[in-house]
Design a protein around this ligand. Sequence first.
Ligand SMILES: Nc1ncnc2c1ncn2[C@@H]1O[C@H](COP(=O)(O)OP(=O)(O)OP(=O)(O)O)[C@@H](O)[C@H]1O
Length: 229
Amino acid sequence: MFLVGLTGGIASGKSTVSSQLRELGCPVIDADVVARKVVEPRTRAYQLIVQNFGQEVLLENGEIDRQKLGHIIFSNPEKRRVLNSITHPEIHRAMFHHILYYFIRGYRYVVLDVPLLFETRRLTQLMKHTVVVYCDPGTQLARLMQRDSLSQGEAEQRVAAQMPLSEKRGLARHVIENSGSREDTHRQVLRLHAALDRSMEYLPVRVIAVATVAGLAGLFLYTLKLLAS
Ligand SMILES: Nc1ncnc2c1ncn2[C@@H]1O[C@H](COP(=O)(O)OP(=O)(O)OP(=O)(O)O)[C@@H](O)[C@H]1O
């Protein structure tokens, strides 16, 4: 198996591309969904967040108020570090479990949809392929304003808070150009999907896994034989 990191900028089209990949049968793990799950009430991360940030970051229904937490860490690097040290290990563990699930089911690759892929260097190193969903700045701003009902100033502020999309594009192995129509994007997704399906890069990990299982089974049988004699 090998890992494919899918990333981009705010409103550049990651969800659009990941849902097209899902429709083609690719397993996609959405880091945002995982990040929401690991802070649900009664989880370890939830308890640590309440301990460190207080009851004021809770909504009336007891869930974490992610927007409020976002505001707190936006202007406070130390608090951001604390929050990341609580959530990142949980997110990585949960993602590992998802990957293992697909690996056991025999998938050759898994796509990880991670908005901050290039900002998290440790994660980038694990990716065999990286894909950036790019769209030109004007289109990105217009789509963001429309989707989230933002003024131009608000949208510009959100885009400016991220690593420039042009920089991410320079770091990626594949680029999906999403400034045009959805059909145009879909054609590129089909090409990417074909390239990933053709790839033999899943073989080394599979050979190691099969050899390990065969070795363990052999050792088990040998031990049984010794015990029986
Ligand atoms: N090719 C396209 N043509 C027209 N609209 C598009 C296209 N691609 C995406 N959009 C629209 O642009 C908006 C942003 O796209 P999408 O939600 O896929 O981006 P995203 O990168 O997942 O965003 P975020 O990370 O901010 O959640 C959505 O409203 C989507 O419907």
